[in-house]
Ligand binder design. Structure first.
Ligand SMILES: C=C(O[C@H]1C=CC=C(C(=O)O)[C@@H]1O)C(=O)O
Length: 415
């Protein structure tokens, strides 16, 4: 569905601006953002919106739509500048009631590499006016975290069933997720959640689109002028107060269970992107990525993609990787449908943006929550774990709790 398509020619104008300060100050109700440290952008208003259950349809729509925009720019070719679409895609469109969507904003305020810009898109000739700032939105008041689709006991029982299927040789890895419901006594403003995440988890990609908010450390595919990179994460150890990080990192990097989980995730991205990238570099062994709540095994894969393959097409090829689905993909996806008892919605799907040249960034939507469109006092939080033969249900439950720490703290507005 497209809203407000207009009939005349669309124009986009990009100008350099002075440093606008915190980008999160410009996010109004219903607006979107994609932030990484001091960089990224906020997407204000909507020129068009495309709802779909298919990444392929979204890619075709954007290729056609962006081709109609007349583009003027003081910063031609600068990554992220100019007209773009920001979006979120469901993990499994055949097993959800949620929608995937792309939004073309009216205004983008962005910053990258010390340069800030403003892009405006409209049906008339546009004059780039800096938009207003907003007061910081309030964190929700009283908050409770309630069980989601399954109790902890039932979730662990299902995880045992997953390991039985793995032992029977049906799959080598399955990612099982669970949810928790955050219930506030008043409406939750996801902008306050995003602000908190962006300041505490600046090394992650912090996003807000259509009430879906989160802070993910995993990049499915980033394409900048053909250079295409993916950060694969799998294998996790929670950070523990009083325990030295170096000691935890040494445990993680020598855990054969975590290394197996990681190897399968890397293999899946190597296979899916390998078809499309030349000169692909896949490091032999992972490094340890340290976040405020957990340590992950991480591998950065890079290669060169053909100019006609947009970042949306590449994301479509790479999704779902074995970091969020499993091996083999089809068997793991079916086991997830049968045993997870959860509508993942947009959790673990691609979230990000694409520009008119096909460059952009699609992260994997992890460490996130979806505001209930029918009840803004409720947000559903998600976390998953890679299950392999030797997975221990209790340890995996603890890992999901560690992965929910950022969202729970953000909602509470904790220091
Ligand atoms: C599925 C999630 O994490 C994935 C990414 C990093 C590490 C993972 C793990 O160790 O299980 C998961 O594969 C999640 O955060 O919900």
């Amino acid at each position: 569905m497209i809203v407000n398509p207009g009939s005349s020619r669309l124009h986009a104008a990009t100008v350099r601006i002075d440093d606008p300060g915190p980008l999160t100050d410009y996010i109004g109700p219903g607006d979107a953002a994609f932030l990484h440290g001091n960089e990224g952008f906020v997407a204000i208003g909507q020129v068009a919106r495309f709802e779909t259950d298919s990444m392929c349809a979204a890619e075709e729509w954007w290729a056609e739509f962006s081709g109609t925009i007349e583009n003027e720019s003081e910063m031609p070719g600068r990554f992220g500048t100019g007209p773009l679409a920001i979006g979120t895609f469901c993990f499994d469109p055949d097993n959800t009631r949620s929608t995937s969507l792309l939004i073309v904003p009216k205004t983008v305020i962005g910053r990258r590499g010390g340069q800030a810009w403003l892009t405006q898109i409209g049906f008339d000739r546009v004059s780039p006016e800096p938009p207003d700032r907003y007061e910081p939105p309030a964190a929700p008041g009283k908050l409770q975290f309630l069980p989601g689709s399954l109790s902890e006991q039932d979730w662990m029982a299902n995880l045992r069933q997953v390991t039985d299927h793995i032992r029977a040789g049906e799959a080598s890895k399955v990612v099982l997720a669970r949810d928790v419901v955050a219930q506030a006594d008043g409406p939750i403003d996801p902008r306050s959640t995003l602000r908190w995440l962006a300041s505490a988890y600046g090394s992650c990609w912090n996003y807000l689109v259509d009430g879906f908010v989160g802070s993910t450390p995993e990049m499915l595919v980033r394409r900048e002028e053909g250079l295409t990179c993916s950060r694969v994460l799998a294998g996790t150890i929670p950070r523990v107060e009083g325990v030295d990080d170096a000691q935890q990192a040494a445990r993680l990097i020598s855990s054969t269970k975590d290394l197996d989980e990681h190897r399968l995730a890397v293999m899946s991205v190597r296979q899916s992107l390998g078809e499309y990238l030349s000169g692909m570099h896949v490091p032999e062994s992972p490094y340890v990525l340290t976040l405020p709540n957990v340590l992950h095994l991480a591998t950065d894969i890079c290669g060169i993609s053909q100019p006609w393959l947009s970042t949306l097409a590449l994301a479509q090829a790479a999704h779902p990787s074995a970091a969020v689905c499993g091996v083999s993909t089809d068997v793991a996806r079916q086991l997830i449908r049968d045993l997870e008892h959860l509508d993942r919605g947009r959790f673990a799907g691609p979230v990000g943006w694409v520009d008119a040249q096909g460059d952009g960034e699609w992260a994997i939507a992890l460490r996130c929550g979806q505001l209930d469109p029918a009840d803004p006092t409720r947000m559903r939080l998600f976390a998953g774990v890679g299950v392999v033969e030797r997975s221990d249900p209790w340890a995996e439950l603890v890992e999901t709790e560690a992965k929910m720490v950022p969202m729970k703290a953000a909602l509470r507005g904790l220091d």
